[in-house]
Ligand binder design. Structure first.
Ligand code: MLT
Ligand code: MN
Ligand code: ZN
Length: 269
């Protein structure tokens, strides 16, 4: 199974367009696009997992996802969503040229995205269905991780509003959980045996940003303590000191055997 990390920044990207903090203004730090990835069992049929507002640039920067071989062919078969947050879903609107697309998400997320669907239905009739147990040779498992609904969605739909994914193929496993408020019961078991768990790395520590706790992101310092599985971090907020490869926090993550994913990181699982 092939995994390509397309983007590794939290909502707003890095640097964030309306932030002039020292980290966002540091010209030595590599810009990052918003969180998402692509997976494939065979290297020909690809599924996006989350669709960020940076999706067009991410596709163009990724040879495996570019159009072809036919004039109107694309290797992108569908999209899986972990949640309905705008940084994970606005990219759907950028795919409106696609004549067919399979969108898969938990039911509450599909309900929230009916707003998008009202728009995309005017262009092409995509399919919008719950997450299947198998997709082009990849076995898919989900774990409910939180009931944090996006600010724009006041839908009464019952949760879960956020899930983690476990993808399995040919004995290999990979876990993706970019939005984790609390580690739910059974998370470590869900992640057991995965080559990597690509985890919510929004913040390094508690108290990094005012109002952080209500945003529903468990900090890296806590998850490293609580989990005994190989971790890679994504969805990095512009307040996170690990954005600087020379920071003590980044060095601490790497010393403990985990890593900070970069845009374009590729894994063969
Ligand atoms: C989050 O991850 O907490 C959300 O994406 C924040 C937001 O952009 O509204
Ligand atoms: Mn987010
Ligand atoms: Zn900033």
């Amino acid at each position: 199974m092939k995994v390509i990390v397309l983007g590794t920044a939290a909502g707003g990207g890095f640097p964030q367009w309306n932030c002039a903090c020292p980290t966002c203004r540091n010209p030595e730090l590599e810009p990052r696009t918003q969180d998402g990835l692509a997976i494939s069992a065979d290297g020909n049929n690809w599924y996006l997992v989350n669709a960020s507002p940076d999706l067009r640039a991410q596709i163009l920067a990724t040879p495996e996802l570019r159009a072809g071989p036919g004039l109107r062919d694309t290797p992108i078969r569908g999209v899986l969503l972990t949640d309905a947050e705008l940084d994970h879903t606005l990219g759907l609107l950028l795919l409106r040229e696609a004549e067919t697309l399979a969108v898969h998400a938990p039911p509450a997320v599909l309900t929230a995205l009916s707003r998008f669907r009202d728009i995309t239905d005017r262009y092409h009739a995509w399919t919008w269905t719950p997450v299947p147990a198998e997709l082009d040779g990849i076995t898919i498992k989900t774990l409910a991780v939180s009931d944090k609904r996006p600010r724009y969605a006041d839908d009464p739909a019952p949760g879960p509003w956020v899930v983690a994914y476990r993808f399995e193929h040919n004995g290999g496993a990979f876990v993706y959980a970019p939005c984790v408020a609390q580690l739910p019961h059974g998370f470590e078991q869900f992640a057991a045996g995965a080559t990597y768990t690509l985890l919510d790395g929004t913040f390094y520590s508690a108290g990094e940003m005012p109002g952080q706790t209500v945003m529903g992101h468990l900090p890296i310092a806590t998850t490293i303590e609580q989990l005994d599985v190989p971790l890679a971090f994504t969805h990095l907020n512009n307040t996170n000191p690990v954005l600087d490869p020379g920071s003590p926090e980044r060095i601490a993550v790497e010393k403990s055997g985990h890593l900070i994913a970069d845009d374009g990181t590729r894994w063969e699982i």
